[in-house]
Ligand binder design. Structure first.
Ligand code: CA
Length: 223
């Protein structure tokens, strides 16, 4: 399991990294908010341990940005300030858990197990299939042959929407109202960006499935 640790206190970061590695996690440690955001946006992590007070960009802003981008990686917030307001703000921003400093490492390990497990429990171990692709509803991964590619939450939702309507034409407005809601500010060009990311992932996996553009109408998933 791959973790991102965003913590500016070097000693704490090193201590945690060692403990996590000992517990069979692989860890990328970064020491400021900007790096934290950049790494987290790659969406390759199974969980993120995120300090709130960070140089350059604070943890809550990072978390807010990630959730807006549809990145649903479980996040544990760390903070020296154990105040109720911080806790509420953190959970409102989309944190999965919250750990006030100082904490005992076994507690962090237990919470990591809980949030990574929770992700798989939300939806059962279902697989949606279309052509040569499999969409794993518990890991949000796209599986083609032996290749497994992680999707962002919105990429996952879009692909799931397509697979549930095989060979139907889906308009950009359908996607916006069904996946974002009527009053969202998502525009057609945002959808185009998501579609292009999905296409890149399908191409990368050498899938025969394609998202075809039907001019002026929308898209169609074809095997
Ligand atoms: Ca800090």
């Amino acid at each position: 399991m791959k973790l991102l640790l965003v913590e500016d206190e070097k000693q704490l970061s090193e201590a945690l990294t060692q403990i996590l590695i000992k517990n069979n996690y692989s860890v990328d440690a970064v020491f400021n908010g900007e790096d934290g955001l950049e790494y987290a946006l790659t969406d390759i992590y199974d969980a993120i341990i995120l300090d709130i007070m960070l140089p350059k960009l604070n943890g809550l802003k990072i978390l807010n940005f990630l959730r807006k981008e549809g990145i649903s990686t479980p996040v544990i917030l760390l903070t020296a300030k154990g105040s109720i307001e911080d806790k509420i703000t953190g959970l409102d921003c989309g944190a999965d858990d919250y750990l006030p400093k100082p904490f005992a490492p076994p507690e962090l390990l237990a919470r990591l197990r809980a949030i990574t497990r929770r992700k798989g429990e939300v939806i059962n171990d279902n697989i949606l299939e279309f052509g040569d692709i499999k969409l794993n509803l518990s890991s949000y991964n796209l599986e083609v042959n032996q290749i497994s590619i992680s999707l962002t939450l919105k990429e996952f939702e879009i692909l799931k929407y397509f697979i549930q309507r095989p060979n139907n034409i889906v308009s950009k407005d359908d996607l916006i109202t069904k996946l974002w809601g009527f009053d969202s500010e998502v525009e057609h060009n945002n959808i185009e960006v998501y579609i292009s990311f999905l296409r890149k992932k399908l191409t990368y996996a050498e899938s025969k499935v394609q998202i075809t553009t039907i001019r002026r109408v929308g898209y169609k998933l074809e095997a």
